[in-house]
Design a protein around this ligand. Structure first.
Ligand code: TXA
Ligand code: MG
Length: 328
C-alpha cells in the first residue's frame, strides 16, 4: 500500500483523511501528546487493521477519541461524578478516562484531544476514532510525521503532518470506574492537577507489582537499541557518577543531560535533553530515536525529580531503560 503524506494545513487534507476513516482505512494524525494511528472505532475490521499495522498484542485495548460529549455517550454507559469533573476541567486535553463501556461488561478508555487538526478530523469523520500511538509496538511513540513514516510507511493509508507534538508524552490515563480513581499512566495532566479537583487518587503505574491495570503497561516500551542507564540523585553526585562510568569509553557511549549540565561532560558524547521538564518531555521520544540513529551502545541519562510532569518523564525513562536505574 502507498502511504500518502499531506500537510494538515493543505486545503482538503483533513476532509480527505476523514473520508479514509469513514471508508474503513487508517490515518495517522497529530495530537497534542503524540501522533495517533486512527481508524473508525465502531468498525471492527478497521480496528483489526490498527493491531496489524502496529504489530500490537491483541490483549492491549485501543482508546477512542471523541470531538464532543455526544460522541462519548455513544460508547460509554455511565459517567461517574469524578469523570464528569475531570471532563469539565481537562477536556479537550491530554487526559484519557476509563469508563464502563456501553452494552458490555468491559471498560473503555476515551479522550477528547485539544489539537485542532485532531478535533476537526474526528468531527468530519463523524465517528469516535480509535487511536493508539502511531508507532510500531515497542518503539518510542512518534512526535513528528517523520517518526510515523519511519515506522509505518506502506502499512497505512495516510499521514496528516501537523508538525511536532506539543507535550511529547502520551496522555495521562485515569480509571474512574474505581473509587478512589487510579492513575494508570502519568502524563501532562499531573496527579497534583487531578487531586486539586477530585481529591486523593491512587498511582497504579509501576508494572510488575501486581497484574497491571492498563494492559499496555506489561509490555516493554519505548526501548532504543542502546542500553540505557538512568542515574538519579543529587545533581553533582549524578554528574560525578556519570563521569566515572564514562571515563574510558569510545563514541558509542553517550550522556543525555540537562542543558545546564552539558558543559560538565567534557570529552563525552553529549545529548542535550533540554532545560525544563516541559522541554524534556517534548524532546524525549525523538532523542530515544536519535540514540538508534547514532548507533549508540549505551546511554547514561540524568534522571529528574518524580513530581509534577517529572513523574511522567521518569515513567517513560524507566521503561525505556527496562528499569535499569542507578541511585547515587
Ligand atoms: O496520548 C495518547 O493517549 C495517545 C494519543 C494518540 O491519543 N494514544 C495512546 O494510545 O497513547 P496507546 O494505545 O498507545 O495507549 C493507551 C493506553 C495503553 O497502555 C492501554 O493499555 C491503556 O491505555 N488502556 C486502553 N484501554 C484501557 C482500558 N479499558 N482499561 C485500562 N487501560 C486501558
Ligand atoms: Mg503506545
Amino acid at each position: 500500500m502507498k502511504t500518502i503524506v499531506l500537510k494538515a494545513n493543505n486545503p482538503g487534507a483533513i476532509s480527505h483523511a476523514a473520508d479514509i476513516i469513514k471508508g474503513g482505512g487508517l490515518v495517522a494524525f497529530p495530537t497534542e501528546t503524540v501522533y495517533g494511528l486512527g481508524g473508525n472505532a465502531l468498525d471492527n475490521a478497521a480496528c483489526a487493521k490498527i493491531y496489524e499495522a502496529k504489530g500490537r498484542p491483541s490483549d492491549n485495548p485501543l482508546i477512542s477519541h471523541v470531538a464532543d460529549v455526544e460522541q462519548l455517550k455513544q460508547i460509554v454507559s455511565h459517567i461517574t461524578q469524578s469523570a464528569e469533573i475531570l471532563i469539565k476541567q481537562f477536556w479537550p486535553g491530554p487526559l484519557t478516562i476509563i469508563f464502563p463501556e456501553k452494552n458490555s461488561k468491559n471498560t473503555i478508555g476515551v479522550r477528547m484531544p485539544e489539537n485542532p487538526t485532531a478535533l476537526d478530523l474526528i468531527r468530519r469523520a463523524g465517528v469516535p476514532v480509535a487511536a493508539p500511538s502511531a508507532n510500531i509496538s515497542g518503539s518510542p511513540s512518534p512526535t513528528t510525521a517523520e517518526h510515523v513514516l519511519n515506522d509505518l510507511d506502506g502499512k497505512i493509508d495516510m499521514i496528516l503532518d501537523g508538525g511536532k507534538c506539543l507535550h511529547g508524552l502520551e496522555s495521562t490515563v485515569i480509571d474512574c470506574t474505581v473509587a478512589p480513581a487510579a492513575i494508570l499512566r502519568p502524563g501532562a495532566i499531573t496527579k497534583e492537577m487531578i487531586e486539586g479537583f477530585i481529591g486523593s487518587v491512587i498511582l497504579a503505574t509501576e508494572a510488575g507489582k501486581n497484574t497491571p491495570k492498563a494492559p499496555g503497561m506489561k509490555y516493554r516500551h519505548y526501548a532504543p537499541k542502546a542500553r540505557l542507564t538512568v542515574v538519579v540523585g543529587e545533581n553533582n553526585m549524578v554528574i560525578d557518577n556519570i563521569l566515572r562510568l564514562t571515563a574510558n569509553v569510545d563514541e558509542q557511549y553517550a550522556v543525555m543531560a540537562h542543558s545546564k549540565n552539558i558543559d560538565r561532560y567534557l570529552g563525552r558524547v553529549v545529548i542535550n535533553m533540554g532545560a525544563e521538564n516541559k522541554d524534556i518531555a517534548a524532546n524525549l521520544f525523538a532523542l530515544l530515536r536519535k540514540c538508534d540513529d547514532m548507533g549508540l551502545k549505551e546511554v547514561f541519562v540524568e534522571g529528574v525529580a518524580e513530581t509534577g510532569l517529572g513523574l511522567a518523564i521518569m515513567n517513560r525513562l524507566k521503561k525505556a531503560a527496562s528499569f535499569n536505574i542507578l541511585e547515587v
